[in-house]
Design a binder for this molecule. Structure first.
Ligand SMILES: *Cc1c(COP(=O)(O)O)cnc(C)c1O
Length: 377
């Protein structure tokens, strides 16, 4: 059986976890967490990066840092993971969904401005499959309207737009290190903070609403409760697992891109014949091989193909059910404008197995099975 995903594992994870145990530090913010934070700050060339318990937690903390109040409006695509919306709905925001572009499955930057009202507080671009949204245009809209930007870069670690890492354009960027992502710690994530003035507030929220971080830096002589916050520090054991992978981030990235490129090349014939569409990566974007998907004719054909592949021991999956069609999406959100592509395109999308360690032979076998499926049709 070729699984859809395998958690990344490079070999030094146990050694580092053992080291954390012997350091007598398994709670948060120890040496491994600091190493991971530094790595992200260097890689992204950003003021501050903080490891978090999940990508969802990073999004939730971003909503708090944007000071979301009940009734505020937040613009995002409907084609995204539930956490993107939950983070803001939790603070009482109304979610305003905007249609996607059919080529990248990202929010259509040309529709954002129509969705803005005087209650709009944040735009949340989601970089689907590690392919960047049109950040130039989105940042321009945000600046002109005085709106904040939170990037859901959960899938976009190591991907860039105009040569600049995704997650560093907006006020806040959110990474995920869930086991389905390119770099993992089981459950985990990070928040990237662009502006200096937001760092202190972020450290306070992340440390249960206390000024503990300032205390450790010797800036205050005792620490206490100064704001509402939560516990968003991951364990050192998880950070140790992640550190093993960040140490060879480039290698993991290259391997994934190699798989992605092989899929692309070997499936091109089916695209030329008009059976499927392949993903599109705009010139400005450098993707990270997070995901390989194809789009088939319609929902019915997708169901057949997934079943066919399963019979061949290949585990392929569909992806998001658009949020505005879901029960909670109807309760907490509203779709602005026409749903031209969100439902249509999401119904056609199939994700193929993609993980660190997927072999050339396996990809050839998977492509062969897809070719057979269309031969038999
Ligand atoms: C994975 C993911 C998240 C959530 O990350 P967790 O670490 O699982 O909480 C949020 N948004 C998107 C787009 C994701 O892919």
């Amino acid at each position: 059986m070729i699984p859809f995903n395998k958690p990344p594992y490079v070999g030094r994870e146990e050694e580092y976890i053992r080291q954390a145990i012997h350091n007598c530090k398994i709670s948060g913010d120890g040496d491994f967490t600091k190493k991971c934070n530094k790595w992200m700050e260097n890689y992204a060339n950003i003021e501050k990066a903080l490891l978090m318990t999940s990508g969802s937690a990073a999004l939730e903390m971003s909503a708090m840092l944007c000071d979301i109040q009940p009734g505020d409006e937040v613009i995002m695509p409907s084609y995204t993971f539930v956490s993107t919306a939950n983070a803001f709905a939790l603070r009482g925001a109304k979610i305003v969904f905007v249609d996607i572009r059919p080529d990248t499955m990202n929010i259509d930057e040309n529709l954002i401005e129509d969705a803005i009202t005087d209650r709009t507080k944040v735009i949340v671009p989601v970089h689907y499959a590690g392919v960047g949204c049109e950040m130039e245009q989105i940042m321009d809209i945000a600046v002109r309207h005085g709106i904040k930007v939170v990037e859901d870069a959960a899938q976009a670690v190591y991907a860039t737009y105009n040569g600049k890492p995704l997650g560093t354009f907006g006020d806040f960027g959110c990474f995920s290190f869930h086991e389905t992502k390119n770099y993992s710690m089981g459950e985990g994530g990070a928040i990237l903070i662009r502006d200096k003035e937001n760092i202190e507030k972020a450290e306070i929220i992340r440390e249960k609403g206390t000024n503990r971080s300032q205390f450790f830096r010797g800036l205050v002589d005792k620490y206490s409760w100064v704001e509402v916050g939560s516990s968003y520090l991951p364990s050192e054991l998880n950070a140790a697992y992640l550190w093993a992978q960040l140490e060879c981030a480039e290698k993991i990235n290259m391997e994934r891109l190699k798989c992605w490129n092989q899929y692309y090349k070997e499936l091109q014939n089916l695209e030329r014949k008009g059976y499927i569409s392949l993903p599109y990566v705009p010139e400005k974007c450098k993707q990270n091989g997070h995901m390989f998907y194809i789009k088939v004719a319609n929902l019915e054909e997708r169901t057949e193909l997934i079943k066919y592949l399963y019979q061949k021991d290949i585990y392929a999956v569909f992806h998001y059910v658009p949020l505005h069609n879901s029960k909670a999406g109807k309760k907490y959100g509203v779709f602005c404008g026409e749903d031209r592509f969100t439902t249509l395109e999401s119904d056609r999308l199939v994700r193929l197995p993609m993980y660190y360690g997927l072999t050339e032979q396996q990809i050839t076998y998977i492509v062969g099975a897809i070719v057979d499926f269309y031969k038999n049709k």
